[in-house]
Design a protein around this ligand. Structure first.
Ligand SMILES: Nc1ncnc2c1ncn2[C@@H]1O[C@H](COP(=O)(O)OP(=O)(O)OP(=O)(O)O)[C@@H](O)[C@H]1O
Ligand SMILES: [Mg+2]
Length: 377
């Protein structure tokens, strides 16, 4: 998958950006606070994802403007496609999105058209952060392989919101607890499916990660991911997701019902899952060194790219935000070896921190404006 054309205006500090990216390396160079990450972020949200650095939609639009517009051409195995994205500031935020000229209701279909992976300094949060960070990562990565998964996650979240609102209303005496069963049935259906999908993806990820991590650590260390479902035991996943699985999930929800009503929140199900990341058998989050945590996060992301590649026979577009400068030569080589056939957008304040053989299109970012420079090849 390739981005063949980029136009962005009014996204944060970006102004009148227009360029044709290189098929392989696009190196975005500039001093701090010039808009390098903004450029990656503007491209990234065109895949239908939220900002990778947690920016709110309202803050996407330049402070002195009332809208941003962007457009990208995408080329994949089959065809050339075009996405346009416009956001207008008003009492509310209006989003106008088209794919190949067809107006979209939301961002959902973007995910199917444009697949990308971003490596950002914050990735260490996958290891160090709260369980939610790991769940979100797994859900997003699994959704890239199977876009149907997104619908189950969205539905589950909607059902959970309804269920939690109902719990509060029961506590206040405004609703009857018998209605809970309706929501629990739906939650059981979605939740069991999500649990099985998570288990499947984590197993796949585990296989690739252990190989990559062994390579990056010179065979000295072992990385392992372990799915701790809040509902199912590891051996439950040997059976397919069937009526017995839905029932098990349903019963688990009923088990904590009294406590749920007293507190107004749901205490069981997929929103309580954990994914343990272990190095040499012990928790990376608790005991990992800085270097181990960075390497583990990097390997997990690289594994995601490899799995995606293997499955869809197509490469995702890769964004590397400021991560190369932190890696020594061996580790940089390791990364570039795995993403060798992918289109890459790299940001760096200092191009000399990159391996000398990484050559491509140099794009200079200065005050939100981009100028192209011929590489010295
Ligand atoms: N809504 C906005 N409108 C205008 N400018 C904004 C908006 N949001 C952020 N900016 C500006 O964008 C700039 C930061 O851009 P960005 O994070 O892309 O920098 P960078 O080039 O990646 O820097 P670094 O090398 O430090 O990572 C800041 O100057 C900030 O003021
Ligand atoms: Mg940056």
């Amino acid at each position: 998958m390739l981005i063949t054309k980029v136009k962005i205006d009014g996204f944060k500090n970006l102004s009148e950006i227009s360029f044709v990216p290189d098929t392989y390396y696009n190196i975005i160079v500039g001093a701090n606070a010039q808009g390098k990450t903004n450029l990656l972020e503007a491209l990234w949200i065109m895949s239908g994802c939220k900002s990778f650095r947690g920016s709110k939609e309202r803050d996407y639009i330049a402070l002195d403007k009332s809208r941003f517009t962007s457009e990208i051409g995408i080329y994949d195995n089959f065809r050339q496609q075009k996405i346009t994205y416009e956001m207008i500031k008003g009492a509310n935020i209006t989003k106008n999105i088209t794919i190949n000229g067809v107006k979209q209701k939301g961002t959902r279909n973007l995910f199917d058209v444009f697949k990308c992976i971003a490596f950002i300094p914050d990735d260490v949060e996958i290891i160090k952060g709260a369980p939610e960070k790991r769940r979100n990562f797994i859900d997003m990565a699994a959704s890239q392989l199977n876009p149907l998964f997104v619908a189950h996650i969205t539905k589950n979240q909607a059902v959970m919101n309804q269920r939690n609102a109902l719990l509060k209303s029961i506590l206040q005496g405004a609703s009857d607890s018998s209605i809970l069963e309706i929501w629990d049935k739906q939650a059981a259906h979605e939740g069991a499916l999500i649990s099985y999908m998570r288990d499947g993806y984590i197993k796949k990820l585990n296989g690739v990660c252990s190989e990559l991590y062994s390579a990056i650590s010179g065979g000295k260390e072992r990385l392992e991911l372990e799915y701790k479902s809040n509902v199912f035991k590891a051996e439950d996943f040997n059976e397919p997701c069937n009526a017995a699985a839905y029932e098990k999930y349903f019963n688990k929800l009923r088990e904590t019902e009294d406590y749920d009503i007293r507190t107004g929140i749901t205490h069981s199900g997929v929103n309580r899952d954990e994914i343990n990341v272990k190095i040499n058998g012990i928790s990376a989050k608790e005991y990992g060194s800085q270097g181990q945590i960075k390497s583990a996060a990097l390997v997990i992301k690289l594994a995601q790219a490899e799995i995606f590649m293997e499955r869809s026979k197509e490469a995702p577009v890769v964004f590397l935000d400021d991560v190369m400068g932190e890696l020594d030569e061996n580790r940089q080589r390791f990364v570039f070896d795995i993403i060798r056939n992918m289109q890459v957008f790299i940001t760096t304040p200092n191009e000399s921190a990159l391996l000398p053989d990484i050559k491509g299109k140099i794009l200079r970012m200065n005050g939100g404006r981009l100028t192209e420079e011929k590489s010295d090849e």
